[in-house]
Design a protein around this ligand. Structure first.
Ligand code: ADP
Length: 600
């Protein structure tokens, strides 16, 4: 190895045992060099074929057992490739600098060719001789484009060896390939990092936008109880972040879905959405904490996709919100989560508005009821007072009242007292029904007998009103498991109405029955009821007549319906305004479910 000496420049005596010799440290530990080394991101990474191939090539071409790609850090050397290195080093893939020849190449930036390390004045102390079996060593620097030497490409022989210029040329050429590979990776890693940073930035920006949207939406939704106006602003707000179009449909009291707010960023598309027939599909409420796709419906067509989410709260569906997107848009899980958040907030607003409306209605109802109630109670009280005063006056007059006059006044008094009692009973029934306490025990009752008996009580009222009563089907018994007092109440209420609203015209009470069912019909030829009121009049306090013309709480039919329903039956009305009404009660002889047990 004639010129090996020329490649040993800078190699001095005095290397320390466990670290880089002190004189090499400034070169090895230079911050810039270490930074370039870190940027390769290759330290402690697994072996890779791209580097192994080059190391293997070197061993074959030069004819040596070991070829290494070594990266030299400040306190160790790491073998990115270590072809032919004996165990355990081929597994550990690194050594301290006490075992390093390569650190000298890195420190000097020059190739190092050692024919027989055991004879070398400095390297003969190196632990690599004993432990790694290094006898001959030829290494060239791996120089990064910044000029920093980060490691070596080297070959090792376990016997003395005279290196040739050809060997050195091969090593230099392959080292360039190794370095190209390293830098390619570094730039790819940088690119990847940049892309990752960009994505992270975009994601955080999107998350910020979503949060801002939800915050703004909450503010809009909390802005008042004008539900329609609030929702109109809300559907505008969610476009375009959640979708390109948005509409809200709410269930009305009749259980129909009504479109209350529509917006699309394209005016034509908005027109199309508005003209769509109102949906009939009602979705199940979203299960709390359920799987992310449950409860919604996604429809994809040539016009794009539409995502329909229920507006539900506490398991009750209040309506739906529909998000529409163009075909080019592909809403993912994030959009779905956002849409769900929007739907939840909208549902809350709808529920609040409903509660507010209900509370208002309840207040109005209470006020109306109080004024009707005081008026209703005052009428019989006034009549009572007048009769009592006239009796008193009679007692003090020179000529006392005759028995005929007294008994007529007593009849009026007893009628008014009965009326008062009836009104008080109705009032009591309100709270009983509301609390679910309208209860009774089932007993064997003959409805024909009940009708006959009630009718006799009404003789006087009938003759006063001038109505003629026709009874049909009441001679044969109509027996069932019912409650006598409550059935009396049903017949009384229907008959009272027929007399009150029947204007002195004929009234017909009829019973029909088969093996399982009995039907009671009360018909009159009075003022009748407009079709729009046929359902409403069975509700609490609902009346279809003016208070000035007819007294009443609007409770009678409601109480009848409650009793009949609790007996497993039903009631309906067939009526024409101005021509009369027919109320039909259908009662199963044996109610399937027994009524609520007696509580009071
Ligand atoms: P009230 O008679 O005390 O008002 P109801 O609950 O008995 O209360 O009846 C509710 C409403 O139904 C009445 O106000 C009236 O408008 C209508 N109605 C009930 N029965 C008849 C009938 N036979 N003919 C016409 N209208 C009736």
């Amino acid at each position: 190895m004639s010129d090996s000496a020329s490649h040993t420049g800078g190699l001095e005596h005095g290397a320390e045992r466990n670290a880089a010799p002190r004189e090499l440290q400034p070169a090895l530990c230079r911050e810039r060099r270490l930074e370039v080394l870190r940027h390769t991101a290759l330290l402690d990474t697994p072996a890779e074929e791209a580097f192994d191939r080059l190391a293997r090539l070197a061993t074959r071409v030069i004819g040596v057992p070991v070829g290494l790609v070594t990266l030299v850090a400040e306190d160790r050397q790491f073998f990115k490739s270590c072809v032919g290195l004996p165990p355990p080093w081929c597994d550990v893939r690194q050594t301290p600098l006490t075992h390093s020849f390569c650190m000298h190449v890195v420190a000097t930036g020059q190739p190092l060719l050692i024919e027989d390390a055991r004879q070398h004045p400095v390297l003969r102390e190196n632990l690599a001789i004993d432990q790694l079996g290094v006898v001959a060593y030829a290494g060239v620097p791996l120089t990064a484009s910044e000029g920093e030497v980060i490691g070596t490409f080297c070959v090792i022989d376990t016997r003395p060896r005279a290196w040739t210029d050809g060997d050195l040329d091969i090593l230099v050429a392959l080292a360039i390939s190794v370095m190209t590979e390293i830098e390619l990776r570094a730039s790819r890693a940088l690119e990847f990092q940049a892309r990752a940073a960009e994505t992270a930035h975009a994601e955080s920006e999107a998350a910020r936008e979503r949060l801002a949207l939800l915050a703004e939406l909450s503010a809009v939704l909390a802005e008042g109880f004008e539900l329609q106006a609030v929702l109109a602003r809300a559907v505008r707000l969610v476009v375009p972040l959640v979708a390109e179009g948005c509409m809200v449909e709410l269930l009305d009291r009749d259980g129909r879905l009504r479109r209350v707010a529509v917006f699309h960023q394209d005016a034509h598309e908005e027109e199309r959405l508005r003209s769509l027939p109102e949906s009939r599909v009602l979705l199940e409420p979203e299960p709390r904490g359920g799987p992310p796709v449950a409860g919604h419906m996604r429809v994809t067509g040539p016009e794009g996709s539409s995502l329909r989410l229920p507006l539900s709260i506490h398991g009750r569906v209040l309506g739906a919100v529909v998000f529409t997107s163009s075909p080019s848009r592909h809403p993912g899980e994030t959009e779905l989560a956002l849409a769900r958040d929007v739907a939840r907030r909208m549902a809350m607003t709808v529920e609040n508005a409903r509660l507010y409306e209900e509370a208002n209605e309840a207040i109005q109802l209470r006020d109306r009821f109080l004024s009707i109630a005081s008026h209703e109670l005052r009428t019989p009280l006034t009549a009572l007072r007048l009769q009592a005063q006239s009796l008193l006056r009679g007692a003090h007059q020179a000529r006392p009242l005759g028995p005929g006059e007294v008994s007529s006044k007593a009849r009026v008094i007893s009628r008014q007292v009965e009326r008062l009692g009836h009104l008080v009973d109705e009032l009591l029934d309100i709270s009983r029904i509301k609390e679910g306490y309208l209860s009774f025990q089932l007993e064997r009752v003959d409805l024909a007998d009940v009708v006959r008996e009630v009718v006799t009580r009404f003789h006087e009222d009938m003759s006063r009103s001038g109505s003629m009563l026709v009874l049909a089907g009441v001679d044969a018994p109509a027996v069932g498991q019912w409650n006598r007092l409550r059935l009396e109440q049903v017949v009384i209420n229907l008959l009272t109405n027929a007399i009150k609203y029947g204007k002195g015209r004929p009234i017909r009470v009829e019973l029909r029955s088969d093996a399982d069912t009995v039907w009671l019909t009360v018909s009159d030829e009075g003022i009748g009821i407009a079709p729009r009121d046929h359902v409403r009049i069975f509700e609490r306090f609902e009346r279809a007549v003016s208070e000035q013309h007819y007294g009443g709480f609007g409770l009678g039919l409601w109480i009848v319906r409650e009793i009949v329903q609790r007996l497993g039956g039903s009631i309906c009305v067939c009526s024409t305004l101005g021509a009369g009404s027919v109320f039909t009660v259908e009662l199963p002889r044996h109610p399937e479910r027994s009524p609520v047990p007696l509580l009071h």
